[in-house]
Design a protein around this ligand. Structure first.
Ligand code: RBZ
Ligand code: NIO
Length: 337
């Protein structure tokens, strides 16, 4: 079942009626986990992951065979302030690179057996510079949420969302600072690699943006003001995955900043999501702590493009494969003491 929502109020209403975890499926998975041929707890977090995954999928126990990766692309008015080490044209150029298979995410998605969709969101119409005005009006914001909602494949059994958008670590830092407090400097990192002068300019820009838009509304309203189309696209997709009972792996700092907006508007809206990795971008560790999510991987990545989340597909596949395929002590004739 798909929905279109003409207004933000309609999207909020959908969020209020999302499915909960299937407790019976979760309990059955926990019971099965206890009977598998291994010392109790010996598969560590893989055991919790498998139980969590089965709880959200419900129904028959299957291995993960149809993971979907979606990369949303958008352009930011604030890029004109010089907050990135790269120019805004790179967003569209990288979309071409995704389409011809030349980016990191193309290789990673293929290596873990995931499909890859790239959703380009009005690259010719950057959002407003949010140091001067809200990034998006409601119409643009809702359209981006809807694009994310529509991009999820109902046949997928796992979703990873990520982004491409020059200057979007500035947007992510402003969102985290506005919603979680602290100083702009606590949340502002080097992104694509700005130098010291660039970092201090970027920190001032984040502070200006938070002074203008902080405390003006809940997570979704803050996302409209300080976010971007690709961040809103990720939020729409995470919400649609919940409606379809598709578990989600979050990517790095930018993805988690977008996800934070959803969680701050609707408590529990990320219960069907895990954190794929800890990014090297300053602020991600604190952001994950606020989300209450421990990362699956820590590889020093600071790329975005869903790359860290997609790498974590392999971990989740391994967890579910063990859960589904292992013999129980009784089946294998292995003594359980
Ligand atoms: C060639 C290239 C490929 C990328 N792939 C992801 N990003 C990442 O860098 C950007 C965020 O950093 P900032 O806020 O400093 O602009 C985003 O587009 C993010 O996806 C890239 C950036 C570049 C330059
Ligand atoms: O963690 C991320 O999402 C990230 C970090 C730096 C640049 N682009 C993305």
């Amino acid at each position: 079942m798909s929905h279109s929502f003409a207004t933000l109020a309609a999207f909020r209403a959908l969020l209020a009626s999302q499915p909960a975890v299937d407790v019976a499926a979760q309990d059955a998975a926990a019971a099965r986990d206890g009977q598998l041929t291994k010392p109790p707890g010996a598969l560590g977090r893989l055991e919790d992951l498998a139980i969590w995954y089965r709880g959200w999928r419900g129904g028959a126990a299957n291995e993960i065979s149809a993971p979907q990766v979606i990369v949303f692309a958008g352009n930011h008015g604030v890029a004109a302030r010089g907050v990135s080490a790269f120019q805004a044209e790179v967003t569209a150029q990288m979309v071409m690179n995704f389409q011809t298979g030349g980016a990191a995410i193309n290789q990673i998605a293929r290596s873990v057996g995931a499909s890859l969709d790239v959703v380009s969101l009005d690259l010719d119409a950057p959002t407003e510079d949010f140091t001067k005005a809200p990034a998006m009006d409601e119409e643009a914001f809702v359209a981006a949420l809807q694009s994310g909602w529509d991009a999820v494949d109902p046949q997928a059994d796992l979703l990873v969302v990520g982004e491409m958008g020059i200057a979007n670590t500035t947007s992510a830092a402003a969102l985290a600072c506005a919603l979680l407090g602290g100083e702009a400097a606590d949340w502002t990192g080097r992104g694509t690699g700005v130098d010291d002068a660039g970092l201090s300019l970027k920190t001032r820009v984040v502070a200006e943006a938070v002074a203008l838009h902080g405390g003006q509304g809940d997570g979704l309203e803050t996302l409209r003001r300080l976010g971007g189309r690709e961040l809103a696209g990720m939020v729409g997709a995470i919400a649609r995955a919940r409606a379809l009972r598709i578990p989600v792996i979050l990517d790095g700092f930018i993805c988690c900043a977008a996800a934070l907006c959803l969680a701050q508007s609707h408590a529990g809206a990320l219960d069907h999501a895990v954190a794929g990795h800890l990014s090297a971008e300053g602020g991600h560790a604190r952001l994950l702590e606020a989300l209450g999510k421990a990362p699956l991987l820590q590889l020093g990545l600071r790329l975005g493009e869903a790359s860290g989340g997609a790498l974590a597909i392999g971990v989740l596949k391994g967890a579910v494969a063990c859960h589904v395929g292992m013999a129980t002590f009784a089946e294998a004739g292995v003594s359980d003491t």
